[in-house]
Design a protein around this ligand. Structure first.
Ligand SMILES: *[C@@H]1O[C@H](CO)[C@@H](O)[C@H](O)[C@H]1NC(C)=O
Length: 207
């Protein structure tokens, strides 16, 4: 290689020197650090506006490098496995963003004060202790929510009709069970013998 870094002005100066030399047939003009051969052939051809200055040597435009100027260069370099698409433009792998792929991005964000962090190169939400799920969107109810209850906030169950209590574990009997009977499910009493009936209000008669 060895041609990257030469300024375009220098190249133009070389061209001017060559043209005037051809016209006057006299060696004059500026001396340059490389030989420009107008018949030079580069195979593969110089990409991205690079100029073939001598056989197999490309003079690359700003922002490109490689034998045929095939690679864009990004400064600062693309981080986290990003690839340089064109000068200064990185394509980032999933989970990373920002101009140089230096930012971790969790798809959909992290809720409830969760923190987006790269774990082994993969973006992940780190959730506070009372939340879980890929985006920390699910509350944790350590007591559990029974009888079809739903955990809606840390430690708080939303209970279906007929159930109450921190874990939706207490059945509701609108009219209380009598004579030592126990409400075992919504509007259902379990009676102590010898009582029976919806509210355990009847005493069986034995003959
Ligand atoms: C460049 O390559 C061409 C084709 O292979 C050849 O004819 C020519 O002599 C080469 N020029 C130089 C300066 O080596």
């Amino acid at each position: 290689m060895g041609v990257v870094g030469l300024s375009l002005a220098l190249l133009l100066a070389a061209l001017v020197a060559l043209c005037s030399a051809a016209r006057s047939d006299a060696p004059r003009g500026v001396s340059v650090g490389f030989v420009f051969d107008p018949k030079a052939q580069c195979d593969p051809q110089c990409s991205h506006g690079g100029i073939c200055i001598r056989n197999h040597t490309c003079f690359c435009s700003k922002g490109y490098e490689g034998e045929s100027c095939q690679y864009a260069n990004c400064y600062p370099k693309c981080k986290n496995g990003g690839t340089c698409l064109r000068p200064g433009k990185c394509r980032c792998p999933p989970g990373f963003g920002g101009r140089y792929c230096h930012k971790v991005t969790c798809d959909g964000g992290c809720w409830n004060s969760g923190e987006c962090t790269a774990v082994n190169g993969v973006a992940k939400c780190i959730c506070p202790s009372s939340w879980t799920g890929s985006r920390c969107q699910e509350a944790i109810c350590p007591q559990g929510c029974r009888n079809g209850g739903v955990c809606v906030a840390p430690g708080i169950c939303s209970c279906p009709e007929g159930w109450l209590g921190g874990a939706c574990h207490t059945a509701v009997c609108t009219q209380s069970c009598l004579n030592g009977g126990k409400c075992i499910s919504p509007e259902k009493c379990r009676c102590r013998p010898p009582y029976s009936g919806p509210r355990c209000e009847e005493k069986k008669k034995f003959h």
